[in-house]
Design a protein around this ligand. Structure first.
Ligand SMILES: C[S@@+](CC[C@H](N)C(=O)[O-])C[C@H]1O[C@@H](n2cnc3c(N)ncnc32)[C@H](O)[C@@H]1O
Length: 212
């Protein structure tokens, strides 16, 4: 869901830096061929994440939820030559499709996919990260956040996607993803050791930094 008026969003996108035409090809393929195409982040969010990555001078990025590879490639395009993005997904079919697109990009070599359940992948992941994008199974977001904070560099940012869940955070819906997101929003808000901002960009992005 978009919380921003479509015309205004288009105007903003038009005036902003965009991901490459190859990212656009991923988007076109996904809209045309994939059932859950709305999961793809899209131009506005990609431009925003790219700006953050550049602003903090990130070199190592971690992503939970690769899908067709759009967000991974758009983030890689904003990393320096020696930058690296580790992206995790448990769907081998979708990861092969993503790899096919990345292979056509000079930035593709920065992307290291891990085919695994997100929780099981945690023990395989080494080192610190400057930027983490959490965009996989909602019920495990809190686990991904805890891991990410434990591995975040001093300048690092964690971005959690879909944190307004099409506005369902304002309802009493008992569905487990809705409950998980609402509880996590409350949990993040209660953490005095974090600097945080929840933004109504696309489906809601919660940005988190450690204060010390
Ligand atoms: C919202 S999509 C990611 C969209 C992607 N970041 C983009 O913008 O193009 C969520 C992805 O998480 C993956 N996923 C769901 N549950 C998972 C789990 N338990 N472990 C790993 N990946 C999972 C799905 O296969 C799906 O590709």
């Amino acid at each position: 869901m978009n919380f921003i008026d479509k015309e205004i969003e288009n105007y903003c996108v038009d005036k902003s830096s965009w991901p490459s035409s190859l990212c656009q090809s991923i988007q076109d393929y996904t809209l045309d061929q994939e059932h859950w195409s709305q999961m793809l982040t899209g131009k506005m969010e990609a431009s925003f994440l790219g700006f953050l990555i550049r602003a903090i001078g990130a070199t190592r990025v971690l992503e939970f939820g690769t899908f067709t590879g759009y967000s991974a490639l758009s983030m890689a395009e904003n990393l320096p030559e020696h930058g690296e993005i580790i992206t995790i997904d448990n769907d081998s079919r979708i990861q092969k499709i993503a790899q096919g697109f990345w292979d056509k990009s000079a930035h593709g070599k920065k992307i290291k996919p891990i085919l695994s359940n997100g929780i099981e992948a945690l023990e395989k992941i080494q080192g610190e990260f400057d930027f983490v994008f959490i965009d996989a199974d909602k019920v495990n977001y809190k686990n991904y956040l805890s891991f990410s904070l434990s591995r975040l560099s001093k300048k690092g940012i964690v971005a959690l996607d879909n944190m307004l869940w099409s506005g369902r955070v304002l309802t009493n819906e008992q569905e487990k993803s809705t409950q998980a997101i609402k509880e996590l929003n409350d949990y993040i808000a209660s953490r005095d050791d974090l600097f945080k901002t929840l933004l109504p960009i696309r489906d809601g992005i919660f940005l988190v930094q450690k204060l010390s």
